[in-house]
Design a protein around this ligand. Structure first.
Ligand code: MN
Ligand code: MN
Length: 292
């Protein structure tokens, strides 16, 4: 399978996971079960009252970042901050508190790096790492980390957020190169959880109702990603845990898309995804791969 096809699948996976999860965001697994049985359709609704196939900030911030990377030819902190600021001015359907607070701060100071804060360990930077992963595919690990921090610190300047972002990027990049799931588990996920024990996802309770705290998010994503065997099962498993389901869905969809590729994404989901968003994801994935 071509690397570019996997990159496209990762981007579509991100958007599909976001769209699927948005319906059940902030619901408890028991509430989801009562209302949908198993939630498995891009049917819109949710607390944002979205149309079927529509996406949220997870996808649109990624696209905004990717557009700025393509315009600059690289990941640039100031350009990323300006892109996020323009994105916020366009009144997105949803926006995280940490993102809003630090973008308002950027408007005042013009400094694209938010002050360091251990409290800013939400999943808002991790949900938008895909364009960085694609653009830096051929860079050294240090260059990859620097590129990620440039975009991440605009809104989330925290060690746990950085660790999660970087682990996700390296996993996506190896999956794009054809690595299998076992390799991703042993080369990245396990060593990552050993280095940052907060993120332990094995021998802990199955994560339900995961919050926007990046640790909760990654635990749910890793449990679903490593305990299922295809794209569809992975996404259904993770969003039916409820909580920050659009974001767990988006991150899991990105990983599963990169690993399993385009053929594995269910036709029904591809068809239902908003056509404009779908085109934007495919085009941007291609262009970022070209840049890389
Ligand atoms: Mn969202
Ligand atoms: Mn969310």
């Amino acid at each position: 399978m071509l690397t570019t096809d996997r990159a496209i699948a990762a981007y579509l996976g991100l958007a599909i996971g976001d769209a699927l999860g948005s319906t059940v965001e902030f619901m408890l697994p028991t509430e989801i079960k009562a209302k949908y049985g198993t939630h498995d359709k891009l049917c819109g609704g949710g607390w944002l009252h979205l149309k079927p196939g529509c996406v949220t900030d997870d996808t649109t911030m990624s696209l905004a970042l990717g557009t700025s990377i393509l315009a600059q030819g690289k990941v640039d902190a100031l350009a990323a901050a300006q892109a996020f600021d323009a994105w916020m001015r366009a009144k997105p359907v949803d926006i995280g508190n940490t993102v809003r607070r630090n973008l308002l701060q950027f408007r005042k100071t013009g400094n694209p790096e938010a002050p360091y804060s251990e409290h800013d360990a939400g999943n808002g930077a991790a949900m938008r790492v895909l364009p960085v992963a694609l653009a830096t595919l051929c860079k050294t690990p240090d260059e990859v980390r620097a590129a990620n921090r440039a975009q991440a610190h605009v809104t989330h300047h925290s060690a746990l957020s950085d660790a999660a972002c970087e682990c996700l990027i390296f996993m996506v990049q190896d999956a794009l190169r054809g690595a299998d799931k076992n390799h991703l588990l042993h080369t990245y996920a396990h060593p990552f959880a050993a280095k940052f024990p907060e993120f332990k996802f094995r021998a802990v309770r199955q994560s339900q109702n995961p919050s926007g705290y990046v640790v909760d998010t990654i635990q749910a994503v890793f449990q679903s990603f490593f305990d299922t065997d295809d794209f569809r099962d992975c996404l259904i498993d993770v969003v039916n845990r409820g909580g920050d389901a659009d974001t767990t869905g988006a991150i899991a969809g990105m990983l599963a898309g990169a690993l399993y590729g385009l053929e594995e994404i269910p036709e029904a989901w591809l068809k239902k995804l908003d056509a404009k968003i779908s085109l934007a994801c495919v085009t941007q994935a291609r262009n970022l791969m070209q840049l890389a």
